[in-house]
Design a protein around this ligand. Sequence first.
Ligand code: 6CM
Length: 253
Amino acid sequence: EMMTEKASAVSHHSKISLNPHHPLYNEINQLVDNHLTRMDEKTEGGKDTWQVIAEEGDLKVYKRELEVNGVVIDPLKASYVVKGITGHEVCHYFWSIDVRMDWDATLESSVCTDWLAEDTFVSHNVIKRVWPASQRDALFWSHLRHVTGSNDEDPDRWIVVNYSTEDPKIPNKYVRVTMNVAMICETIIDPPADGNISRDDIKCKISYTAEVNPGGWAPASVLRAVYKREYPKFLKRFTSYVKDTVKDKPIMF
Ligand code: 6CM
């Protein structure tokens, strides 16, 4: 058992470009590991307290109601199976700041403030104002990683983590939202008889989690209504963006 644990911990660390001496190196590895481990635990069944807030075909969105000092911090998770795209493609476009404004309808702007490595950068994001609350912004690092699996229980996965960070150079003009977001993907291939894999033979199993702290008081009912509307909308809009963008491109495995 010790061996298995060690092996999976090592595989969670596979292929990181960020320099081990970078101050965020340990934090990033820790966050990636936690997300992969939590996902492995498959918390679905049993006596957990997740309630469904949206269900549409293969899309399921759940939340757990949680308030701290009157501030809503409901953790959210979603699972989705999308045909015709790979986990690498989904994570590539979720991570890539160049296209973020093409699919994220909740943002007013998104600017890279620090490029750390070819798999990691920090961005400053201004969120569209939601009446009657004050406008919010978010500063977070985004890290993209391929996690090679060794067997069926430890499948090949791609992961993106977006996690709040600080930078005194960014002026505090807005209420700062903090968050811990992860997108984890696995590609399922139905091997065709002729051996030539086309987009009809592939699908992507997506698991998305978001823990967002609005950073200060915001009316609970408005916030929950925004989440209920925006998360399913984001998942559908984002995945159709990916499908559309890659449809005439070679499959990126
Ligand atoms: O994951 C999503 N987007 C990523 C960036 O493209 C990133 C998310 C960053 C922003 C997260 C903020 C969530 C919205 C907070 C609303 C606060 C409003 C306060 C006032 C309400 C009364 O990981 C997709 C995020 C989709 C969010 C619905």
